[in-house]
Design a protein around this ligand. Structure first.
Ligand SMILES: Cc1cc2nc3c(=O)[nH]c(=O)nc-3n(C[C@H](O)[C@H](O)[C@H](O)COP(=O)(O)OP(=O)(O)OC[C@H]3O[C@@H](n4cnc5c(N)ncnc54)[C@H](O)[C@@H]3O)c2cc1C
Length: 594
């Protein structure tokens, strides 16, 4: 009889996750930890059990677009897969968006929400995408000060009631680009202006009246093509458009709120041209849309749309980081389980030193990334509940400045790690990892989107320079302050570290930090070098922060749990390339490129 291979299995994804449990034990007050643990455990059970099995069974299903009904009516109906319908139900029931806004536990509600999202994400095929945008939309609308819109939309976006809960989309990217959105061509016309008295007269439009609750002075119509709009099944969207007469460039764009459908469920002057045929995230219905007089409402002002939508991007970047660590965790959990089952050369892979070494490297990467993403969750929570914020005078850390700097750094660092880790996870299964019906290849394909959407690695590296105030000019006071804040945050991670088992990682943090600082102040005058090295610099900041956070957790775990595993992860991570700044001659790059 030939031997069969045994597939990997998952247990309760909360109980089996040392890193999550140890982190929560450190940062949460005991009463809060006790209170939320049952729901985390229940979600962990679903994620490793019923939901995981459903995910495997749903593998070949994809969303469908039906553009016409049998009688020739344009309907543009998008149907999502059974897994996504279940994911929607679970997300509302567990309050995956609501938790952050109910603020039952003050600023730590963000950590609670992110722990839920971390458990939920790997078994729900990127349903985290609409949740991230819904969360971001709620944050933008709340911070807009637009009271009518707050009352109209926010209760639905953060609802725990499946009957009235909404999701939101975010339509920024056009054919002209997703990074350089200042080029956007979608136009906005105020209803009643001379040139467009009757927006419904536009040829080929499927015009419908404005929703009554939004008619009035603030009513606008949008015309243009949105090239990437994920989860077009959402009830509402935030989008950018240029009001007639506004100047070109980013400043001339305004931020609009759109309710996609009327009371009969028909799209309001929106045509879904097609769903994208993508490498991964295949359950996410990412559509190309034409807006043909789509009714819309201003969120805040008639200009500065990019600035006004930025609170949304901070939230979706946080979700991106949480998704990155969640997918890494899933990949490593499956690979570790498989290593105990798969026999090769007379013993399980889990007894082969080189395989164990390979998996240990992945675990260390995932662990560093985990602490970074959750640290940004902590900072996000404190920015949302200012009463919980630490005053700069208390620890020399201006947390607002720190959050501005670390959000792009965390997003870009963890996104890249996810792709690398999941690529290695595929290899850890040998040929089986490359075979579709194991469900494994999807992990890598889905991870590949994480460095692209919500800001590519390069775009966010340049944003890191902006956050430091060194983009375009010499460092300004604010920029120097941002780096000082970064150093203070690193110092606060290291201040209680006393165990000699962590000495080497601490030295690695300090030397990478010194090098980054020297590089920054040496290079700020050389704009070309600054830009060319920006990714290596931002990744160095990211990996340094990860190692410092990991060391901090490791010391706590040694002291409070007598557990040396986080310290082992810190030592391993310290030896995996923290300082990535190397002097490359920019002329070499030009020669190689041409
Ligand atoms: C699955 C999926 C779903 C998406 N969903 C949405 C959505 O719902 N809503 C939405 O608005 N968008 C969405 N997007 C679009 C996404 O946000 C953009 O594709 C992304 O921001 C990159 O923009 P771009 O495609 O214009 O790439 P480009 O900006 O053309 O980038 C091309 C390359 O150039 C690099 N680059 C760009 N500028 C610079 C620079 N100044 N210096 C150095 N390098 C640079 C980039 O890093 C990248 O490697 C989605 C994308 C995907 C893949």
């Amino acid at each position: 009889m030939p031997l069969q291979q045994t597939p990997p299995d998952l247990g309760n994804q909360y109980d089996e996750d040392r890193v999550l449990r140890s982190y929560l034990a450190r940062v949460l007050p005991e009463t809060m930890h006790k209170e939320i643990e049952p729901s985390l455990r229940e979600l962990g059970r679903l994620a490793g059990g019923d939901l995981y099995r459903m995910q495997l069974a749903d593998r070949l299903n994809e969303p469908t677009l039906t553009q016409w009904d049998a009688w020739g009516n344009r309907i543009d109906h998008v149907e999502v897969t059974p897994l996504w319908r279940e994911a929607e139900r679970i997300a509302v029931a567990f309050g995956l968006v609501a938790t952050a806004y109910e603020q039952k536990h003050g600023s730590l509600s963000r950590v609670h929400q992110c722990a839920l999202a971390y458990l939920f994400t790997p078994s729900t095929d990127i349903y985290s995408c609409p949740l991230a945008m819904t969360d971001g939309a709620a944050r933008v609308i709340l911070s807009s000060g637009n009271q009518a819109l707050i009352e109209r939309a926010v209760p639905h976006l953060i609802s725990r009631n499946p009957k009235d809960s909404w999701t939101a989309g975010q339509w920024m990217t056009e054919l002209t680009g997703g990074s350089d959105v200042g080029l956007s061509q979608t136009g906005a016309v105020r209803i009643g202006s001379d040139s467009h008295q009757d927006a419904g007269s536009v040829q080929g439009s499927i015009d419908q009246p404005l929703p009554t609750s939004h008619s009035g002075v603030d009513a606008w119509r949008l015309y243009g093509i949105k090239w990437f709009t994920s989860a077009v099944t959402a009830q509402v969207a935030l989008t950018l458009a240029r009001p007639e007469g506004n100047p070109p460039g980013g400043r001339g764009l305004a931020l609009f709120y759109v309710e996609l459908r009327d009371e009969f469920g028909r799209l309001r002057n929106i045509e879904v041209n097609r769903l994208k045929d993508k490498l991964g995230t295949r359950k996410v219905p990412t559509a190309e849309l034409t807006l043909i007089g789509t009714p819309a409402q201003l969120v805040k002002g008639t200009t500065d749309g990019i600035r006004n939508i930025s609170p949304l991007l901070n939230i979706t970047r946080l979700w991106n980081g949480i998704s990155a660590v969640a997918l890494m965790r899933r990949g490593v959990a499956l690979a570790a389980d498989y290593a105990r089952r798969r026999i090769a050369f007379g013993a399980p892979l889990s007894e082969k030193p080189l395989h164990v070494d390979t998996l240990a490297g992945l675990q260390a990467e995932a662990e560093g990334a985990f602490h970074f993403a959750f640290y940004v969750a902590e900072l996000t929570g404190r920015a949302e509940v200012p009463a919980d914020s630490l005053k700069p005078s208390e620890n020399a850390i201006d947390e607002v400045v720190l959050l501005r700097l670390l959000t792009p750094v965390m997003k870009l660092t963890t996104g890249k790690q996810a792709v690398q880790v999941l690529s290695e996870v595929i290899e850890a299964f040998g040929g089986a990892g490359y075979v579709e019906d194991t469900g494994l290849p999807q992990l890598l394909r889905d991870a590949q989107v994480l460095p692209i959407w919500e800001g590519t690695t390069n775009v966010l590296s340049l944003d890191t320079l902006r956050a430091l105030g060194v983009s375009g000019t010499k460092p300004n006071v604010e920029g120097a302050g941002a780096f000082k804040t970064f150093k203070a945050a690193i110092r606060s991670c290291l201040q209680s570290v006393h165990d000699s088992r962590l000495s080497e990682p601490v030295r690695t943090v300090q030397s990478a930090l010194d090098h980054a600082e020297t590089w920054l102040f040496r290079t700020t005058q050389e704009q070309q070098t600054l830009e060319a090295d920006a990714r290596r610099f931002a990744m160095t900041l990211g990996r340094t922060m990860e190692l410092a956070l990991l060391v901090n957790q490791a010391q706590w775990s040694l002291d409070n749990e007598a557990d040396g595993r986080a310290a082992a992860a810190a030592r391993r991570f310290a030896g995996s390339g923290i300082d990535l700044l190397v002097d490359h001659d920019p002329n070499d790059a030009r020669m190689l490129f041409t």
